[in-house]
Design a protein around this ligand. Sequence first.
Ligand code: ACK
Length: 223
Amino acid sequence: TKPKEPELPLFFGWFLLPEEEERIKCATMDFLKTLDTLEAFKEHISEFTGEAEKEVDLEQYFQNPLHLHCTTKFCDYGKAEGAKEYAELQVVKESLAKSDELSVTALIVTPRIFGARVALTETQMKLWPEGEDKEGVAPALMPSVEALPMGSRAHVTLGCSAGVEAVQTGLDLLEILALQKEGKEGTQVEMDLGTLSYLSEGRWFLTLREPITADTTFSSFSD
Ligand code: ACK
């Protein structure tokens, strides 16, 4: 009989250590608390609530994901294209269970998601699969995404609004980066953490003055 093939996970990625998770959640919650009190945000409140005068408590609006992580490869237990090839890469096998530090350079908020942009180092890029940035991207956005540097999609999902899946964070991040590249940034507001800019349709991007770093472990995850 043939030896049983090793099973493939739901995804691979860098997982924040528990104490780091708490620290990042607190820091980013403070940002959400401030954001929904800003006049600039209130002007565009209907993009979140559907009504002009209604208030929104962003802390309640977004549901926390279970484990904070930065996905490198979504394998879907082997159903995703290139899953097996990725799992078999030498660099993937060697990196499993190893510690690594992630650098968060920006926070994003849209009516769908709350997320952190991760700036990958050259070494971390070796774990970023070719073509992963484009996975599930709408055809209309494809040319802009192809023009972005590889790894632009790297992120940590910090929260999703009701009925929204975490996969949306990467897609919204790419859309924001494409709009920025076209020079479509609107209102800019200086905050303690950095510069906040508005990119139409409820999209907000906070460029952090100082990156937030977080200790992680590279690992696979299965439900
Ligand atoms: O925030 P995320 O990167 O978005 O973390 C979760 C993780 O995999 C487990 O669901 C991401 N994810 C889900 N579906 C996809 C997909 N089709 N392509 C890329 N990433 C995905 C999700």
